[in-house]
Design a protein around this ligand. Structure first.
Ligand code: NAD
Ligand code: MG
Length: 306
């Protein structure tokens, strides 16, 4: 392990560890990236599970689409799905090609197929297109992970431009409706939809009003849609991360001077790493969760939720 790797681990997710010390309580240096940030530029590096996630055959032969699968939580989920035996398509913005190629390489090295789909999910036509291309290239679709998201902090409502307000809603919730609508006709009984929400859905930060509102909407959408699709045998659930070290944070997600303390106020005393989210998505994607629908699984270091 090189010094660059000090925040990644080679201990797999099934080995008994103390969650307090599984990862160091990081104090990221103040840093800024243009939106969307890159994992390649993040300091310290985030752990996507590339050296540690050990598959146990839970998604063999499945075909998955993960939006925002180039970096952060989406990348960790895409890597875990691949290690579990699924072919994986990822979407990302064209500026994120470097991160996307890295994840595609890790997926392919796991012995499954990777499909890379660059484009902007605020474009309704692109939402439909990514589903069609995934189905075309992988030969079907069993798992849709609606994970792409936009978070730009603003100190006050006066500082929140209309353009950002609408883009946040288009990216975080409208795209989720459109991707899901396009996907449903292809999803067989047994398929799963998993939406990424946030602790912000219940504990909105005063500087994230637009973002937090979309996350509350995602929880509600998840619970309603789960009931609508249950008779078809399609299960819909959500995962609500707490503070996770990803490029979202230093690319406008948090004030720069807040980064050194990022995540330290959780009961575990540290931020989470992206790969710590992956098992929640694997559980909700696999048939072992056959009676779990409309649920939000909180993965947040111990912060109480409703
Ligand atoms: P990330 O920056 O690694 O991932 C977000 C991804 O969203 C980007 O990689 C990008 O590809 C995609 N995206 C953004 N705008 C897009 C657009 N217009 N079109 C297409 N793709 C677009 O950061 P992350 O933290 O891993 O975020 C993943 C999800 O997790 C988001 O929904 C975020 O809200 C949620 N989340 C993150 C945290 C955290 O602390 N990091 C906490 C709670 C929830
Ligand atoms: Mg990214």
């Amino acid at each position: 392990m090189t010094t660059e790797d000090t925040h990644t681990t080679r201990t797999d997710q099934l080995t008994l560890v103390n969650p307090v010390t599984r990862y160091p309580s990081i104090s990221p240096p103040e840093q800024e990236q243009p939106e969307p940030g890159l994992d390649a530029e993040l300091a310290p590096k985030a752990d996507l599970g590339e050296f540690s996630y050990r598959g146990t055959g839970r998604l063999v032969g499945r075909k998955a689409l993960v939006t925002g699968g180039d970096s952060g939580i989406g990348a960790a989920v895409a890597i875990a799905f691949a290690r579990e035996g699924a072919d994986v398509a990822i979407t990302y913005l064209p500026e994120e090609e470097e991160d996307a190629q890295n994840v595609a390489r890790i997926i392919t090295e796991s012995g499954v197929r990777a499909v890379t789909l660059p484009g902007d999910l605020t474009d309704a036509a692109f939402c439909a297109e990514v589903v069609e291309r995934t189905v075309g290239e992988l030969g079907g679709l069993d798992i849709l992970v609606n994970n792409a998201g936009k978070q730009i902090y603003r100190e006050s409502l006066d500082d929140l431009p209309d353009e950002q307000l609408e883009e946040t809603f288009r990216t975080n919730i409208l795209a989720m409706f459109r991707l899901t609508r396009a996907a449903v006709e292809h999803l067989p009984p047994g398929a799963a939809i998993i939406n990424t929400t946030s602790i912000q859905a219940y504990q909105p930060a005063p500087i994230l009003l637009d973002y937090a509102s979309t996350k509350a909407a995602i929880n509600n959408f998840t619970k309603g849609l789960a009931q609508q699709l249950a008779p078809k045998g399609i299960r819909v659930n959500a995962v609500a991360p707490g503070p996770i070290w990803t490029p979202l944070q230093p690319s406008g997600g948090q004030p720069t001077d807040a980064l050194p303390e990022f995540g330290q106020s959780t009961p575990l005393g540290r931020a989470g790493q992206p790969t710590e989210l992956a098992p929640a998505y694997v559980f909700l994607a696999s048939p072992e969760s056959s009676f779990v629908l409309g649920e939000t699984l909180n993965v947040n270091g111990g912060q109480p939720t409703p």
